[in-house]
Design a binder for this molecule. Structure first.
Ligand code: NCD
Length: 319
């Protein structure tokens, strides 16, 4: 796998190896001496981050992952306003430019569903050794976020098979889609999709689950589903993708409150790709079963591990 575009392209073997590397790298991130060891891993690599949509975690996480491993990382945090796209440049020419600037990797987030594919094609044409990471393409996918979500499952449940996942909120969006695709690779998983009627999971994804014999249910209600779930993946209402529907938000039946957290079984947990925008009450955010900020911490290391894997960093000393 050269480019990272969709989560269904990862094999289970790839994921398990990535998670092993993540766990091995983790302690080195905690100390200055450890970071010294990491700082040569991707020395002199050139990574461009082109973010055409807002981001806090994904951009800082990738940028710091690149820097901590010694790569040169340069980023445009508001390419939608400050790149030549504003002047009318098409994606192919922007990517061609990064290729000419000797990019080893381009990490791109864009509002258009086809932006990642178009960018990958441009790289293959202009500089075949350049690799792409899709950091979110419209409503399409966000594959590295789903790896972080799966890592949270492994960390909190101690397994990646045999559980019930509740994926809730605005399901017509990239993080629930990428997670559901990823879960379809594991065994004995049941998925419950809970969303308001105008935010249902896309039929293409439901067809994929049927094809891969992953049982799923769809519901408009959170409460019962929360009682059944081993893990809950809550997402925000994606206002930017509901034009014309003013002030879109979930009603009270669809918020994670402290009392709803009590529905969770022993051992179950809740995570969220972040940002939280009102759908999880502040008191609930502080509940010990809410693990989304721990996932951010793991995510930085996971992205380091991913970049190391993509660029064949010498990790022999780790084992
Ligand atoms: C998400 C995104 O941008 O897709 N955030 C993230 O990268 N962790 C989720 C969102 O914006 O709701």
């Amino acid at each position: 796998m050269k480019h990272i575009i969709r989560s269904q392209d990862f094999s289970r073997e790839y994921i398990e190896d990535l998670f092993r590397t993540t766990q091995l790298l983790q302690p080195f991130c905690e100390t200055y001496e450890g970071r010294e060891r990491l700082s040569g891993l991707l020395k002199h690599r050139i990574f461009y981050l082109a973010f055409y949509q807002p981001s806090t975690r994904t951009r800082f996480s990738f940028e710091s992952a690149g820097k901590l491993t010694g790569a040169y990382t340069m980023s445009s945090e508001n390419a939608a306003e400050y790149s030549s796209e504003v002047k009318g440049e098409i994606t192919e020419d922007t990517i061609h430019t990064f290729c000419r600037l000797r990019a080893d990797c381009i990490i791109i987030r864009h509002k258009d569903n086809d932006a990642a594919e178009i960018s990958a094609k441009a790289m293959d044409k202009y500089r075949p050794q350049t690799k792409l990471i899709n950091a979110g393409n419209g409503k399409g996918q966000h594959p590295t976020q789903s790896l972080i979500d799966l890592f949270a499952i492994k960390r909190n449940l101690g397994r990646m098979d045999d559980f019930t996942a509740l994926i809730a909120g605005d399901l017509d969006s990239r993080t629930p889609r990428s997670l559901a695709y990823l879960l379809s690779k594991f065994n004995n998983i049941k998925i419950i999709f809970a969303s308001p009627p105008n935010m249902r999971m896309g039929q293409d994804l439901l067809d994929h689950l049927e094809e891969h014999r992953v049982p799923f249910d769809q519901t408009d209600f959170l409460d019962d589903a929360m009682k059944q779930a081993d893990m809950v993946y809550m997402t925000r209402a994606q206002k930017e993708y509901h034009p014309g529907e003013k002030d879109i938000k979930f009603d009270d039946n669809f918020r994670i409150t402290l009392s709803r957290m009590e529905f969770l079984k022993d051992g179950a947990f809740l995570t969220h790709p972040l940002p939280i925008a009102g759908e999880v009450d502040r008191e609930a955010v502080a509940h010990p079963k809410v693990k989304c900020f721990e996932a951010v911490e793991d995510g930085q290391v996971l992205r380091m591990a991913l970049l190391c894997k993509m660029f064949n960093a010498d990790l022999s000393w780790l084992n």
